[in-house]
Design a protein around this ligand. Sequence first.
Ligand code: NAD
Length: 371
Amino acid sequence: DPSRRTSTTPFRKIGARAKASPPTANRQLLTMGSAVPTPAKPPVRVLISGAAGQIGYSLIPMLLSGRALGEDQPIDLVLLDIPPCKDKLEGVCMEVQDCGFGLLRSLTPTVDGKTAFEGCDLCILVGGFPRRPGMLRADLLKKNGGIFSAMGKAIGSSASPNVKVVVVANPANTNCLIAALNAEGVPKQNFSCLTRLDMNRSKGLIVSRFGLSSANDVKNVMIWGNHSKTQYPDITEAQIKRDGEWTSVPTVATDEDMKYFKGDFIKTVQQRGAAVLKARGFSSAASAANAVIDHIKSLYQGTAPGEHVAMGVWSNGNPYGIADGIFYSFPCTCKDGKWSIVPGVTCSDESKELMKATEKELLEEKKEALP
Ligand code: NAD
C-alpha cells in the first residue's frame, strides 16, 4: 500500500534510533554488546481510530508509555482518522515523534479505513459519528452502524487472526456488536467495549464517601449493561481497604450509605459524562483514555487474584439470564488475553430489575441499528 509506505517514511528514524539506544525498559532485553543478546519482543501492531480527536490525544502517549501492554512491549502504531482530519493527524504524529517514546517502533498515520487494519493485533475504535444536538438516537445508531460494519469487515478481512478489538465510540456496546457481527472469522470473544470509565468513576465516589486514601483501596465495583444512562453501577461485591484489610462495602455501609448507593450514587455515575461536558465544555477525554488503558492492561496482563473489572462483552451463555446476542457489561476476570464473566454474584430483585432495564435498552438499540 503506497500511502502507508509514504506516511511511514518520515518516522522510520524513530525505530532506528530506538534500536541503537534502547529505552530503559528494554535495556535488559537488548543487552547490547553481550555475547548472547536476548532479542526484544516482536512489536504489537496497534490501531487507534479517531486518533486526531480528544481521546486520541490523551490515549496515544499513555499507550506508548507502556502501562497497557507492558514496559518491554514495542509497538507499531497505526493512527486512523477521516480525510478532513488529515492535517490534524499529521500534527499529532509530529507530537508523537517529538515525545521520543522508546517503545514506538513505527508510526503510520492513515485516512484509508480499508487498508488501515492490515495485520493489526489490537484495534482501539475511538472514532465514530458524534451525536449532534436534536439528533434522534435511531439516526445516531444508523450512522454509526454503517461506520462500524465497514470497520468490522475490514478487521475480518485484513487484521491479524488473533486480533483484539476494544470499542470506545458511543453507543459503545452497539457499535461493538455491529463490528463483531461483520468481522468474519474473528471470534466475538475478541471484541469488548469500554465500561471501565464507569467503574473508575464509581471507585472515585466510593473513595470520597468513605474518606479512603486512594482509588487503590477500592475494588470489585460492578457495572451492568449499557454504557449509557441506563447502566447499573452496583456495589454488592465492592470491597474497600482499611488498615490493610479488605472488607465488603455492604458490610461496612450504614443505612445512610446504602440509601446513597441505591440512589444518588447510581444517578451520579449514570450522569457523570454529562456533568463533565457541562463543566468543561468538552466531553470526558483524559479519564476516558485512562480507562481504555486500564481495560487493555486487564485484558493483556490479567486481573489480580480476587479482583474483577467491568467490561462490555459478548453475552452468549452468561450466568445472569441476560439475553444472548448483545454486548453487555459484566464483572469479568482476565487471564492470558481472555475474559471470563464472574459467576455466582447474588442479585437482589431490585438489582435484577435494573439489570433488565439496561438489557432492554441494548435490545432496542440492536433492533434500531440493524437493518
Ligand atoms: P472527538 O470528536 O474529539 O474525536 C473523534 C475523532 O474520530 C475525530 O477526530 C473524528 O474525525 C474521528 N472519526 C469520526 N469518524 C471516523 C471514522 N469513520 N473513522 C475514523 N475516525 C473517525 O471525540 P472524542 O471525545 O475523542 O470521543 C470519541 C468517542 O468516544 C465518542 O463517540 C464518545 O462519545 C466516545 N466516548 C466513550 C466513552 C466510553 O466510556 N465508552 C467515554 C468518553 C467518550
